[in-house]
Design a protein around this ligand. Structure first.
Ligand code: CP
Ligand code: NVA
Length: 301
């Protein structure tokens, strides 16, 4: 398993399904045997983050250290990006010095521009539209707890945001049934839903979405960049909290996931987040193993 050309990872569908599954399975192997390292010279990963991050950044930095490589971390404020250097120029300059780039940004088109001008693989470390690295960890976590996800019933409750849209792509790739419940006006992109009608249903009823689910997933109501909409969103999402009552409609063995950071008492109650069927801490820890497997895949040459 090895990309035969310059391979970016901007969304899950950038990679063949078999390679994605192999990366998730490889993450499980690396979790058991973390001692795999690249040969010299040490590889470098450039991290360009225009939004805050805890998990994604730590996962990349630790993964590169374990692979005997290293990271160079840049924010827009601390680099010339914040002073208006064009993405095309920044991408050409940084990619001339590093082996791979991970970008966390706002518009997904920023990432596409980075990829167009970069001479090394570009990884989406989260954009307004997609968060594919998180999905690698989520798939790994489900498989570790429950085995094959093929045919499973997954409920997405809340905002039709970057995580929801990544679940839509994952449903088609990993072949699970995704039942989405969003308030009116906060749905995922219609074109994405239309491309996956075999696997995806979209409605406004959280109970209908959660009924018999093997996995229930939610995320914050206001994503990064939407802070000014917080109170408007709290009103719109008031009936979309994942709490014990809603979880009672799920399968008895249902898991709960949240990409984190979570707001206890908003999109999820504290008791659901801390319940035994919540696997959010495994899910967060798996970010490192799955991003390490992704780096290993993209950097081999
Ligand atoms: N889930 C996630 O991507 O977390 P961070 O924003 O902390 O990286
Ligand atoms: N939807 C959230 C995910 C954070 C990891 C956001 O974009 O802020």
């Amino acid at each position: 398993m090895k990309p035969n050309r310059l391979q970016h990872f901007l969304t899950l569908t950038d990679l063949p399904s078999a390679d994605l599954l192999a990366i998730v399975q490889r993450a499980m192997v690396l979790k058991q045997d973390p001692g795999v390292a690249y040969s010299k010279p040490r590889k470098s990963l450039g991290l360009v983050f225009e939004k805050a991050s805890t998990r994604t950044r730590v996962a990349f930095e630790v993964a590169m250290a374990q692979l005997d490589g290293h990271c160079v971390f840049l924010t827009s404020e601390a680099s010339q990006i914040g002073r208006g250097e064009p993405i095309a120029d920044t991408a050409r300059v940084i990619s001339a010095m590093v082996d791979c780039l991970a970008i966390r940004t706002f518009a997904h088109s920023n990432l596409e521009q980075f990829a167009r001008y970069s001479s090394v693989p570009v990884i989406n470390a989260l954009s307004d539209d997609f968060h594919p690295c998180q999905l690698l960890a989520d798939m790994q976590t489900f498989m570790e707890h429950r085995g094959d996800i093929t045919g499973a019933r997954v409920a997405w409750i809340g905002d039709g945001n970057n995580m929801c849209q990544s679940y839509i792509k994952a449903a088609a790739i990993f072949d699970f049934q995704l039942h989405i419940a969003c308030p009116e006006g906060f749905e995922p992109a219609a074109t994405l839903v239309e491309q996956s009608t075999t696997q995806v249903t979209l409605g406004q009823d959280p109970v209908a979405a959660v009924r018999h689910a093997d996995l229930v997933v939610t995320d914050v109501w206001a994503s990064m960049g939407q802070e000014l909409q917080q109170s408007e969103r709290e009103t719109a999402f008031a009936n979309f909290q994942v709490n014990r009552e809603l979880m009672s409609y799920a399968d008895r063995d249902s898991l709960f996931m949240h990409c984190l950071p979570a707001h206890r008492g908003e999109e999820v109650s504290g008791e659901v987040l801390d319940a035994p069927d919540s696997v959010v801490w495994d899910q967060a820890g798996n970010r490192m193993h799955s991003q390490k497997a992704l780096l290993e895949y993209l950097l081999q040459s």
